[in-house]
Design a protein around this ligand. Structure first.
Ligand code: SF4
Length: 426
């Protein structure tokens, strides 16, 4: 049974953690039905992907929201007047184990504001995770935030207890960091990223020698970047994401549309600002192209067109700007060219290569291989012919593709219900 005081802390600290986007979704509130069992709580649960690709639910919570820093974009900043709380390590263990035993969660996402200083905060996180692993025998998934500025030895100990570590890059440029989060610096953020990368690689080498070697963050590292609070364009943001993947071998860069939680004159005014959820969505699509479709950031955007087109997804946008590369003949094109066709994904491109070894391809066959013909039809030929009956003027193609997106575009802003605007919090 969770005591009332502990429940209060959980409410405050799970709510304070909701702006961290390093998980894929937040939970929902649903009471128990009369004729059934099971209920959910909005605060505190999120989903993430483990090292083996499974989707798992996590208790997402802060160790504390008492922060000595004053990052202007953050609800937990020192100067914000809001209820504060801090978990004792053992309380957090009891909570995690209690939720785990009730089958609410499969793991823990533990972050923290900076209590006293980065070392002290990290020590408390280490104490919690050590207790969980050692005294409670918890073998479930743990994602922990590494605190920039902490002693590298402490970050190392944290990585030996967690499955995944993340260090938030926070803002897309050093200038924006200096303006809005003067207590943090780009170097202090990148140093632990480099350390984690090296420790993961060293751990992999040790494990190749002995399967009993300690594992360091076996699910890798990730980061989060706030979008829309500062003036950087999508080109800048994607180039940064790409360099983080290249240099630090991150598993994910999470983009978080800025939620107006502050009246600071350095930030967009909450009265006029709408969180850029569609922009966040487009950045995730572009990020997918970087990670799985072999695109480079500089291909997707240029100095003349520095922002992603809100009307069509980034792959369609790229194809429309490079019509000289199309149509692609699906019976002969190589894997890389197939991957560039809107409507053809990684799986369907592989299936095309396999299928055409054993027989001729047809448009009908492409559909059964998973090709989305509604998009692909403008960009492919099969046996030298376009799809029968397709009569579209080239200048109308962007409009047709944008029309296919409309249901999606309308759905995206619905996410906002989980993040009430300033002054309307429950
Ligand atoms: S360090 Fe900055 S971003 Fe992190 S909790 Fe404190 S104020 Fe918020």
């Amino acid at each position: 049974m969770v005591s009332l005081e502990l429940m209060d802390k959980l409410t405050i600290l799970a709510d304070a953690a909701k702006y961290d986007a390093a998980c894929t979704s937040s939970g929902l509130d649903r009471g128990r039905r009369r004729s059934g069992i099971g209920s959910t709580m909005a605060a505190g649960c999120c989903h993430s992907f483990s090292a083996d690709g499974r989707c798992i639910s996590l208790l997402k919570v802060l160790m504390t929201n008492l922060c000595v820093y004053d990052c202007q974009y953050c609800v937990n900043r020192r100067s914000n007047d809001l209820p504060r709380a801090a978990f004792h390590p053992r309380e957090l263990c009891e909570l995690t184990i209690g939720f785990y035993r009730r089958n609410y969660i499969e793991g823990l996402f533990l972050s923290s504001a900076v209590l006293r200083d980065p070392d002290y905060t990290t020590e408390r996180m280490i104490e919690t995770l050590s207790l969980l692993r050692r005294d409670y025998g918890f073998g479930g998934y743990i994602h922990a935030k590494a605190i920039p500025g902490a002693d590298p030895l402490l970050t190392h100990r944290l990585g030996l207890l967690a499955d995944r570590l993340s260090v938030n890059i926070e803002l897309p440029s050093e200038q924006s960091l200096a303006l809005l989060a003067p207590d943090k610096g780009r170097r202090a953020i990148l140093a632990p990223m480099g350390q984690i990368r090296d420790s993961i690689a060293a751990s992999g080498r040790e494990l190749a020698r002995s399967r009993f070697a300690p594992r360091f963050a076996p699910a890798g590292q990730s980061t989060q970047m706030i979008v829309g609070a500062t003036p950087e364009d999508d080109r800048h943001i994607l180039a940064l994401a790409q360099s983080l993947y290249d240099r630090y071998q991150l598993k994910r860069v999470f983009f978080s549309a800025y939620m107006p939680v502050s009246n600071s004159r350095l930030l967009p005014s909450p009265a006029e600002f709408r969180p850029p959820l569609l922009r966040e969505h487009r950045l995730y699509q572009a990020d997918w192209l970087l990670r799985f479709y072999h695109f480079r950031a500089e291909e997707l955007l240029s100095e003349d067109a520095p922002d992603l087109d809100p009307r069509v997804d980034p792959k369609c946008g790229w194809a429309l700007r490079h019509m000289e590369r199309f149509p692609v003949e699906v019976r002969t094109a190589d894997y890389e060219d197939l991957l560039r066709v809107p409507g053809i994904g990684v799986t369907s491109a592989r299936r095309i290569l396999t299928a055409r070894r054993v027989g001729g391809l047809t448009f009908l066959g492409l559909k059964t291989l998973g090709v989305v013909l509604k998009r692909a039809q403008y960009f492919i030929t099969c046996g030298g012919r376009m799809l029968e009956g397709l009569r579209v003027r080239p200048d109308r193609i962007p409009g047709h593709l944008a029309a296919l997106e409309r249901p999606g575009l309308e759905a995206v802003p619905e996410q906002i219900s989980l993040f009430p605007p300033l002054g309307q919090e429950a």
